[in-house]
Design a protein around this ligand. Structure first.
Ligand SMILES: NC(=O)c1ccc[n+]([C@@H]2O[C@H](COP(=O)([O-])OP(=O)(O)OC[C@H]3O[C@@H](n4cnc5c(N)ncnc54)[C@H](OP(=O)(O)O)[C@@H]3O)[C@@H](O)[C@H]2O)c1
Length: 242
């Protein structure tokens, strides 16, 4: 039985690239974000359904996911934050916001989608997004690393709980050119300096992470679950050449 794939954050850099990729292979889509104008434009282009919700509002998020109908063949949660502050400047509000938008929102999205994902039967797939800054420590990343660490733990625990019917995997990008990272990539000199810290000598593009997410959502990944897969130009594990 086929069903829609829900993308929470479906108008974002990575979410929209994923939506276009899935549309190209014929998957019916349901997009969720806050800005209705951007949602309606992309949904119109892709023949997708859409619903507006702020993931911080659990009731609205549930309603937006349920509006996708049942069954669902997949769910991607592509909402996130980049909070870069030294420890002394991280407020409780920063840490709570990072946890809420990255981790709790993902848990609530999966919870809301679960009956429809189960209704699909074997082969349904869930994708969450972490960051290179969980597996490797970077200064100024305490709040976002803590929140995304919870996402990786959530992904593994869910993969165990939802097997064998539903697969759950996490994509962990390094710095990727999207609206979220504009503050870091807008300045060409800064972007070039960060690119040099990657053994593959460039920043990520939305297509890099979207390609991995699309693969993990599809039948070719039918024996892959519980994994955190780096899409990071080597930054998480390799020293760049001098
Ligand atoms: N870009 C990077 O460098 C990078 C690096 C590592 C990990 N990641 C992760 O990759 C994922 C996708 O990131 P991205 O770079 O594609 O982000 P993005 O371009 O900022 O897109 C975010 C998407 O989520 C929606 N969104 C944001 N806040 C929301 C909220 N409170 N409620 C509902 N929807 C919300 C946005 O639409 P609206 O604004 O209309 O709501 C948009 O569709 C995130 O989990 C991010 O943490 C990104």
């Amino acid at each position: 039985m086929s069903g829609r794939i829900v993308i929470v954050g479906g108008t974002g850099g990575i979410g929209a690239a994923l939506a276009r990729r899935l549309h190209a292979r014929g998957a019916p889509l349901h997009l969720i974000a806050r800005d209705t104008t951007r949602l309606a434009a992309l949904a119109g282009e892709l023949g997708a359904s859409f619903a507006t919700a702020d993931v911080a509002d659990a009731t609205a998020l549930r309603a937006a996911i349920e509006a996708a109908g049942s069954p669902l063949s997949g769910l991607a949660y592509a909402v996130g934050t980049i909070t870069l502050k030294p420890l002394a400047r991280v407020s409780p509000a920063d840490a709570e916001r990072d946890f809420r938008l990255n981790a709790l929102g993902a848990l609530l999205a999966v919870q809301a989608a679960l009956p429809a994902l189960r209704a699909h039967g074997a082969g349904a797939s869930i994708i969450l997004f972490s960051t290179v800054a969980v597996g490797r420590g970077f200064p100024m990343h305490v709040s976002i690393a803590m929140a995304k660490g919870a996402v990786e733990a959530l992904g593994r625990a869910l993969a165990a709980e939802l097997a064998p019917e539903i697969r759950v995997n996490v994509v962990a990008p390094s710095l990727t050119r999207t609206p979220l990272s504009e503050g870091l990539t807008r300045n060409a000199a800064m972007a070039e300096a960060i690119a040099r810290q990657h053994p593959l000598r460039r920043l990520g593009e939305a297509e890099d992470a979207a390609a991995m997410a699309a693969f993990l959502l599809g039948p070719e990944a039918s024996w892959i679950t519980g994994q955190v897969i780096a899409v990071d130009g080597g930054r998480g594990t390799l020293e760049p050449k001098p």
